[in-house]
Design a protein around this ligand. Sequence first.
Ligand code: ZN
Length: 139
Amino acid sequence: MKNFRKELWFETKTRRAYLNITPQVEAAIAESGIRDGLCLVNAMHISASVFINDDERGLHGDFDRWLEKLAPHEPIDQYRHNDTGEDNADAHLKRTIMGRETVVAITDGKLDFGPWEQIFYGEFDGRRRKRVLIKIIGE
Ligand code: ZN
């Protein structure tokens, strides 16, 4: 069995962002040379997510509005986590809702997706450098 590890780096210009990272994951699979196996993609930060959904702008806005309703960024003092001097309690909650990672099967050297599935990096406390881990195992 082969294994392959790679980190992707992101620094979004906005506090929240939704990036389609499928091309970078496909490039990692090609680089790994693995034809059949599993591909784990996870956010390495507790204020960002990796999730699978549709690459449709209206839906991304819907996610953003829904998350802001569930865990509004402001007022900052509504969260006990922010008593530590941080202002990102909402980002921790949004990350938990949207998830840490995805695992996708690799078949014949390609992501074995269902219809319309794409991999996204969800940023909830951006404007700083953050990482995503890709780990691929198989043969
Ligand atoms: Zn925090």
